[in-house]
Ligand binder design. Structure first.
Ligand code: OA9
Length: 355
């Protein structure tokens, strides 16, 4: 009788066996098609607290009832970064499990503030655009609109547009390799304003005053956050898997051995949430409103320490409730070797002094 587990026999079997593949190729996406993602997710206290603790998002409104009440929530809700990751996670199997990097996200909008713990999610996406990649013949670039919906009530909770590189069924010879630096330093320090102003505190007025101070001269409001978080095995694999994100990039070292990173890479949403956590620790956030122009410039691997850098773009006192004003930030996540790995524009309501 054949011993299939005899190493030589097994190697021959592996060689001859077809692989039941997962995920879809670029050619499988038709513009306009709507895809219902079968996996669903229950937004749990454990999941939200694990996400928040590991990414240094320690805002008490998401941890303590009295702080939640003060912020207008009945009880501590799920954290918006965890919610976003939990909408993206179940979509990966259908949209991006084939591989190919998460390039960016636009138009993130929360349709409901303070989503309760225990809410069950249904997730669906529409294929918006598809185009071949001109720099990487083995890939196409696909943009989807994804919606996270309260499965019980049908109420939309969050929506966004996501863009990924997606492998083609018939890949060409090269995948283009790692982007790296071109040595073309067009945006070098000479283009920076002469003065970078930091706000004195984290209230709305602090951002407004800093912008006023920077106005009418060669200055910008831009500053670093002190905290850093070293990416480890837990943040690389466990956080995305806890959101049902099946992207091989994060948990399959064998598949990643031949990729430009040579090893698993951090989930973009973990890197981003960490940098935003650093930024939020220096501000009196009232509500997260939305995000735009999010880009993942380079990958992060275990051992990289993620830091945050913030630019304040606008502070609008006429928006929002009386206790808060709307601040528009651009946040950059960067690593200890000063590589920008994420950037994005974030709109948040920030409490006024005395609120
Ligand atoms: C969940 C998940 C995966 C998943 O979801 O399952 C993940 O978490 S995974 C980890 C997080 N992720 C990363 O770790 C990526 C880090 N990043 C890089 O390593 C580099 O960025 C790069 C190697 C990918 C590219 O590097 P690069 O070659 O220098 O980049 P670019 O030339 O700028 O872009 C190439 C082509 O993508 C087009 N393009 C770029 N961005 C956008 C956008 N936002 N919208 C529309 N098109 C876009 C561009 O227009 C060009 O198109 P063409 O090929 O046609 O020229």
């Amino acid at each position: 009788m054949t011993d299939w587990t005899d190493p030589e026999t097994f190697a021959a079997a592996l060689d001859r066996a077809d692989t039941r593949e997962k995920g879809r190729y670029f050619e499988d996406f038709d513009e306009g098609a709507v895809i219902e993602h079968a996996p669903g997710l229950r937004l749990t206290r454990h999941g939200s607290e694990t996400w928040m603790s590991q990414t240094l998002n320690h805002d008490p409104a998401y941890w303590r009832s009295d702080a939640a009440l003060d912020r207008g929530f009945d009880a501590p809700p799920v954290h918006p970064d965890y919610l976003l990751a939990c909408v993206m996670g179940p979509s990966v199997e259908d949209l991006s499990e084939k591989g190919g990097y998460f390039l960016g996200r636009d138009g993130v909008e929360f349709h409901r503030h303070g989503v309760p713990l225990g809410t069950e999610l249904r997730v669906e996406s529409t294929v918006e655009t598809t185009r071949p990649s001109s720099s990487r013949p083995g890939y196409g670039v696909v943009t989807w609109e994804t919606r996270g919906i309260d499965a019980a009530s049908g109420e939309p909770l969050v929506s966004y547009e996501r863009t990924n590189m997606v492998p083609r069924r018939e890949p060409a010879a090269t995948d283009g390799g790692r982007s790296g630096s071109t040595g073309d330093d067009e945006s070098g320090p000479s283009l920076l304003p002469e003065t970078l102003v930091a706000p004195d505190g984290g209230a709305f007025e602090d951002f407004r005053r800093a912008l006023d101070e920077a106005a009418d001269r060669d200055a910008a409001v831009a500053y670093r956050h002190e905290r850093g978080r070293t990416t480890d095995e837990f943040t690389v694999a466990a956080l995305p898997l806890a959101t049902l994100n099946t992207a091989r990039q994060h948990h399959n070292a064998a598949a990643m051995a031949d990729s430009p990173s040579g090893e698993p890479v951090a989930y973009g949403d973990v890197t981003r949430s960490t940098a935003l956590g650093h930024a939020r620790s220096d501000e009196r956030t009232y509500r997260e409103l939305g995000y735009d122009g999010e880009r993942f410039h380079d990958f992060v691997t275990a051992g990289d320490t993620v830091f945050g850098f913030t630019r304040v773009l606008d502070a609008d006192g006429s928006a929002g409730p009386s206790r808060a004003g709307e601040v528009t930030f651009e946040h950059v996540a960067f690593t200890d070797d000063e590589r920008p790995v994420y950037s994005g524009v974030r709109r948040a309501l920030v409490d006024r002094e005395g609120a």
